[in-house]
Design a protein around this ligand. Structure first.
Ligand code: THU
Length: 142
């Protein structure tokens, strides 16, 4: 079974419902879509020590790499919003750290994934290379 643009967005929305975000009350979900048809999701995980917060995309990347999903990543869907209003505001774009985390997965599989930033009126579609130009990645260490 494979994912579609819409199912990836739905997977991100479902992931956001499992966010642990009692401090910001801002729930984010991310879904990584791989060429082999697999989808790995993540939600943000906050901490009483605020700065330790893990973003949804970072959780998804951690799950993917630790579960051995190192093939070609084709797309990423990100959605967020205040609890009860997820996906109802402007498109949510990945934070800087998450762009870097996503770049690692993309580099491993040799792709430039489409990032679907979901809002209420529109889905902003950007390549990861547009969000993170001139990226530092695994090849930078060669
Ligand atoms: N957050 C994400 O999960 N992903 C992003 O790309 C931006 C921000 C989370 C972190 C924090 O739990 C909440 O959104 C508010 O910043």
């Amino acid at each position: 079974m494979s994912w579609t643009r819409d199912s990836l967005i739905t997977a991100a929305r479902n992931a956001a419902s499992r966010a642990y975000a009692p401090y910001s009350n801002f729930h984010v979900g991310a879904a990584l879509g791989f060429a082999d048809g697999s989808v790995v999701t993540g939600a943000n995980v906050e901490n009483a020590s605020y700065g330790l917060t893990l973003c949804a995309e970072t959780v998804a990347v951690g799950k993917a790499l630790s579960e051995d999903w190192r093939g070609k990543i084709e797309a990423v869907a990100v959605i967020g919003g205040k609890a009860g209003s997820v996906g109802q505001g402007d498109p949510v774009t990945p934070c800087g750290r998450c762009r870097q985390m996503l770049n690692e997965v993309a580099a491993l599989g040799g792709s430039d994934p489409l990032v679907l930033c979901v809002g209420d009126q529109s889905v902003t579609e950007l390549l990861l290379s547009e969000l993170l130009p001139h990226a530092f990645g695994p090849a930078s260490l060669d």
